[in-house]
Design a protein around this ligand. Structure first.
Ligand SMILES: Cc1ncc(COP(=O)(O)O)c(C=O)c1O
Length: 317
């Protein structure tokens, strides 16, 4: 069950744990006649991404017994960092299963909070299967996206956007497993916002588009790792699928070079350090033209965890 009630409960659970991140108006990147552009800066969130909202909201609702068993998850990084931080706040242990090519910055961040890091596979499906093995041995799995408490936590971003900008017209949200998109869409639509919610994914892995075409979450057959390493899952979650069908207005797919260009532009023009999985929303926004003239558009910058070397390579073109 997921609705405003659960999202307000999450907001309460997250008080004093997460930051209310700024919604920054930007003029330099809106390009002519492209409406008013805002960035919701979850790249400035504790742990460097929005993921702490869902991870903590889920962990804090566990029984003492389940919490004591320790937390486990499979994550390309950001959710892993968030679970590691949540575990440290709630004084329990954490095991994080990361891809074999995990970003060193993300691995180091998990370890900083005392988590054990296990390298396994490349896709979310492989990592989650490994995490489930730990769960079978007694640890408590915190799913990266397909759990109502996780989605409700991510939905608190929608509450903040609506409070700061009630007249919001477009919200661009990156899609991995779809927890972020479904939470934000549910919050905004159930608050009565008429904003169009746009899910954004790489062309290399357009799993939401595929699910909507197939009529259910569907695993991508052809899959290549995107530079947007936070949004690599092969399939969206059940909750995401149902909420997206109900509340998401459009889905946009973005090419790798467009993601790189947006990542570069964010640093150059705004000094905002956003990882490609976040900058992808700016690339999607650039695809719109007259339909967003005079509209209030929010690009959700979902995280900023990227290695300096990788960023240097992107900036270098
Ligand atoms: C920076 C960033 N943005 C967006 C997402 C997508 O979130 P979700 O899996 O809830 O769709 C992720 C997922 O890890 C992420 O790390």
């Amino acid at each position: 069950m997921l609705g405003l009630k659960e999202i307000y409960q999450a907001k309460k659970n997250l008080e004093d744990i997460v930051l209310e991140t700024p919604l920054l108006k930007n003029e330099s990147l809106s390009r002519e006649k492209r409406g008013r552009l805002y960035f919701k800066c979850e790249n400035l969130q504790k742990t460097g991404s929005f993921k702490i909202r869902g991870a903590y909201n889920c962990a804090v609702q566990l029984t003492q017994e389940d919490l004591k068993k320790g937390l486990v998850t499979g994550s390309s990084g950001n959710h892993g960092i968030a679970v590691s931080y949540a575990a440290s706040l709630l004084q329990t242990k954490a095991v994080i299963v990361v891809p074999q090519d995990a970003s060193a910055a993300k691995v180091k961040a998990c370890q900083k909070y005392g988590a054990e890091v296990v390298f396994h596979g490349l896709t979310t499906t492989e990592r989650l299967a490994k995490a489930e093995e730990f769960a079978l041995q007694g640890m408590t799995l915190i799913h990266p996206y397909d759990h109502p408490h996780v989605v409700a936590g991510q939905g608190t971003i929608g509450l903040e956007i609506f409070r700061s900008l009630p007249q919001v017209d477009y919200v661009f949200v990156p899609v991995g497993g779809g927890g972020l998109l479904s939470g934000v869409a549910t919050a905004l639509k159930e608050l009565g916002s008429s904003a169009k919610i746009v899910g954004v994914e790489p062309v290399l892995s357009s799993r939401l588009r595929l699910a909507l075409a197939k009529g259910e979450p569907w695993e991508l057959e052809r899959w290549q790792p995107s530079i947007a390493d936070g949004i690599r899952s092969k399939k969206i979650g059940q909750i995401a699928y149902h909420q997206a069908k109900k509340y998401v207005d459009q889905v946009i797919s973005v090419e790798e070079e467009e993601i790189r260009e947006a990542t570069r532009a964010l640093i150059e023009a705004t000094k905002l350090w956003a990882e490609p999985s976040a900058a992808i929303t700016l690339a999607a926004y650039w695809k719109y033209d007259q339909e967003i003239a005079d509209k209030n558009c929010v690009c959700l910058l979902s995280g900023g965890n990227i290695e300096i070397g990788t960023m240097a390579e992107i900036i270098g073109g």
